[in-house]
Write a protein that binds this ligand. Sequence first.
Ligand code: AMP
Ligand code: MG
Length: 416
Amino acid sequence: MKTEIPVHEALAIVRKHARPIAEKERVPLARALGRVLAEDLPALCDHPDLANTAVDGFAVRAEDTKEASREKPAVLRLVGESPAGRPFEGALGPGEAVAVYTGSPLPKGADAVVAVEETRREGDRVLVFRPASPKDIRPKGDDFKKGEVLLFRGDLLTPGRIGLAAAMGHAEVPVVRRPRVGILSTGDEVVAPGEPLPEGGVYDSNSYSVAALVAEAGGEPVILGRAKDDLSELKRQLAAAGALDLLLTSGGVSMGEYDLVRRLLEEEGEIYFWKILQRPGHPPIFGRYQDTLVLGLPGNPVSAMVVFFLYGRPMLFAMLGRTDPPYRRIRVRAEDFFKGAKGKVAFRRAALEYRPGAGFVAKSAGNQSSGAIRTMATGHALVAVPPDRNLNPGDEALAIPFDPEALGAPGLPEEF
Ligand code: AMP
Ligand code: MG
């Protein structure tokens, strides 16, 4: 068993043990948001299917309007219309025009369109005031062609990719089965929210914060509830949980007598590492219980979230075969003092502010105790303070946003 290992080593070990999930399922597009594609997807059609027009106006032959101007309009004969979904059936001859609307198929014989603003209609005649151009024609297959592979295995299905899959003709998409992640909170003092709080009790925030992080990473959280600090009861609860791809426990990983997650792995499993050189989140344990991978999160609410975010989230990405990175780093300038830790990386919670021209500044999100969960709600990022150092106002640092919605200045620039 390794112990007191650096962050990068812990990350390498959890990644090594996270096996990609082979099972796929087909889901309708309306339920595909946040899922991960299990196969490459080819387009089932050209897009657009026929050359069409990008404006409301008239399809013509460029030749017929090349001399047209306000003073000397070209005069064409209106021979029909080509609304979207009902193409003009004939072919357009010399001196003729067909009314078209945005998205209309371009009639045969036409090679240019002129916007309605550049024309005047007089009965069945159309006066054209400037040369029609082909630039407002979207050629057949302009966006993509049938058979072209546009979406790839490992792609996260975002709104844009779901729209693209629909445009490609797919009603359903093959996605990777979501990893089933059991979440079990240990501790005699831990009480479900909504119940009366006994003296010395603490509401179970970890089950819910971690379940939300699991769902956000693409996993299926299975909240197993609370376990007393009793090994045989814990084992009974786990036996009832069914098959899991990963078990997350919270609490019971410190040095205390009641720290039974370690004993669980010792008795019926294996420990790959215990303790990482970081703060908060120094005591996590990683191993397996029987055949199930276990990441033992510390009980302190900030530590539980930080450890899942830094190590559990990349495990889920690896299981899902996601090709996007589990987190990103940005450069920030500290605006407050951020305390470091002896021999450990400190991950302090910061509220970020984007200053146009100056980049991101990081302010302390508040009380930095690992028991004070409020910073996970007020903060947007973990500012990494290197071992044996503090950050002073004005210092540059790396930050890992856990709330990417806070990135950038709010809203659109005023000049829009
Ligand atoms: P432990 O890791 O079990 O020693 O717990 C460390 C601290 O976290 C203690 O103050 C616990 O009361 C608290 N804690 C443990 N589990 C939870 C939980 N599920 N939700 C909120 N706080 C917890
Ligand atoms: Mg405990």
